[in-house]
Write a protein that binds this ligand. Structure first.
Ligand code: ADP
Length: 420
């Protein structure tokens, strides 16, 4: 089934809530519909199911305008899975799934056919509900109910599933189970899926493409790795996030960053010598405390390199896995010249990055304040047989201050004179 939406607008009482939305969903595609509360997601789903019939001229189903389809055709095109379902009647699971066949039963007095029973059994089997087919629906857990509602949707034999926040009331294992089930149906039965999802990370993991709505307009549509970036998330949700890739699946995921009130460090210049993930928390909190940072030398792909890029901190970079070159070292020393203080995080030291420790000694020679993070333990992770630890001892003897943690570091920095 191919769905085309062109220039769809919709207003409630003269207030536009959907603005010239155009997109297509291909056969067997899994499209996530995302956006903040009130951005128009539910209204868009309701236009597709003709619940809001005024907008149907903007929608084509397999080239046919939606308004020309019969109710039965619409019901065998789309099946809706709501956020949650409940009933006061003592329906069994089987009864609820059988309700999906209603559009296929030709007359009010006709009874269920053998085909209906077969379709219902298959739908319960594939969704894992067969084992509790005779239990009352009202006694099931949230996750079990959602599986039954999916079975009911499948019994309708639709071409597309429209899901409205199907995981919203489920715990994390229920969410994954639900999304796995929908993905499996999408792949094995070529069912087209349009799902309103709130969880950006779930959407990125399961959807082929994501459509992002903002105030009734389509802000972006495309594969998750194109649509989900810190700029679009900040624009649409007003939240500052870091976007990373899962190292195992390469799916993107977001991590909200805490926004703290900025202390008045007056943009004091601090150069951070770090690596191997030791510098991320230090840089984050120094930025929050109002410092203006630089960092280096970091190998491209080092996780501290990614943190610094996210924080838009100038980085003295070296190619991946290479030793610090003379050029990079010179640039690092130049950054140190421009800084009021230098922080040495508790980073792994090997032959390739030993020059970063020597850079700290350079800073002391130039009269800079140097702070070495000890984290309460040995101040480096020494991969060169004690040479790094011995060097740090020399740094401390030459005037570097040992600090326990970032709070301690920020307190100590308060007493540092800014570079003119
Ligand atoms: P979302 O699903 O993204 O949270 P909705 O589609 O529910 O957004 O709502 C979009 C806008 O339309 C909101 O401003 C909402 O208040 C408004 N709206 C939704 N339904 C109605 C309605 N039945 N009558 C009036 N306004 C509505």
């Amino acid at each position: 089934m191919k769905l085309e939406v062109s220039n769809l607008s919709y207003s409630f009482y003269g207030r536009k809530v959907l603005r010239e939305i155009s997109f297509e969903i291909g056969e067997g595609e899994f499209l996530g519909l995302m956006g903040p509360n009130g951005s128009g997601k539910t209204t868009l789903l309701r236009c597709l199911t003709r619940y809001l019939p005024e907008a149907t001229r903007a929608i084509l189903v397999d080239m046919k305008p939606l308004h020309t389809l019969s109710d039965r055709e619409v019901a065998s095109t789309f099946a809706v899975v709501p956020q949650s379902s409940s009933t006061d009647f003592p329906f069994t699971v089987k009864d609820v799934v059988l309700m999906g066949r209603i559009p296929h039963i030709r007359s009010r007095i006709a009874s269920t056919s053998r085909k209906d029973i077969e379709v219902v059994s298959a739908a319960m089997e594939v969704t894992g509900c067969a084992s509790f087919a005779d239990r009352p629906f009202s006694e099931l857990s949230g996750g079990e109910r959602q599986r039954v509602v999916i079975a009911r949707a499948l019994a309708q034999a639709p071409k597309a599933l429209l899901l409205d926040e199907p995981t919203v009331y489920l715990d994390i294992s229920g969410q994954l189970e639900m999304m796995d089930l929908v993905r499996r149906l999408n792949q094995e039965q070529s069912l087209t899926v349009l799902a309103v999802l709130h969880d950006i990370n779930l959407a990125a993991r399961y959807c082929d493409r994501i459509a992002l709505l903002s105030q009734g307009s389509l802000e972006a549509i495309g594969p998750p790795e194109e649509v989900i970036n810190s700029d679009t998330i900040l624009n649409v949700y007003g939240v500052d996030v870091a976007v990373r890739k899962d190292p195992f699946t390469h799916d993107v995921f977001v991590m909200p960053r805490t926004v703290r009130s900025r202390a008045s460090r007056d943009g004091m210049r601090v150069h951070v010598l770090c690596g191997g993930g030791s510098g991320g928390p230090v840089m984050r909190q120094l930025v929050d405390s109002g410092c203006s940072l630089s960092t280096g030398v970091l190998n491209v792909l080092d996780s501290d390199y990614e943190c610094a890029s996210d924080l838009q901190i100038p980085i003295v970079a070296e190619v991946p896995f290479a030793q610090i070159s003379d050029e990079a070292n010179d640039e690092n020393l130049k950054r140190i010249d421009e800084a009021s203080a230098v922080v040495v995080s508790r980073f792994p030291v090997g032959p390739g990055n030993f020059k970063n420790l020597e850079a700290a000694m350079y800073a002391l020679d130039k009269g800079k304040r140097v702070m070495v993070m000890s984290g309460g333990g040995p101040p480096s992770i020494d991969f060169i047989g004690g040479k790094a630890d011995a060097y740090i001892k020399r740094l401390v003897e030459a005037g570097a201050t040992l600090v326990e943690d970032v709070e301690d570091l920020i307190r100590q920095l308060a007493g540092t004179e800014a570079v003119a």
